[in-house]
Design a protein. Structure first.
Length: 83
């Protein structure tokens, strides 16, 4: 499920070239998630890393994670033996 979320997030990524010829990438649905680098490929890689860190930290801290399409990571999961 997390891999699917990360993949969907990266499909939603947007990029632009800044005046200093660096690349800037962001994902509008994920507040505070952005990256910049000297090439588009480096920017994509950095953005992927930022998304992963942002997601894992948010889950660990119990933050509400924005749904992406039909992917909702906030659903309560019942563990074996729970009622």
């Amino acid at each position: 499920m997390i891999t699917k979320y990360l993949r969907e997030a990266m499909h939603r990524a947007r990029y632009k070239i800044l005046e200093d010829a660096t690349y800037y990438g962001w994902i509008e649905e994920l507040p505070g998630v952005w990256a910049s680098a000297g090439s588009l490929e480096e920017c994509r890689e950095e953005l992927g890393s930022v998304v992963e860190d942002w997601l894992l930290l948010g889950l660990r801290l119990g933050h509400k994670i924005p749904s992406l399409g039909d992917i909702d990571l906030n659903a309560e999961v019942q563990t074996v033996g729970s009622k």
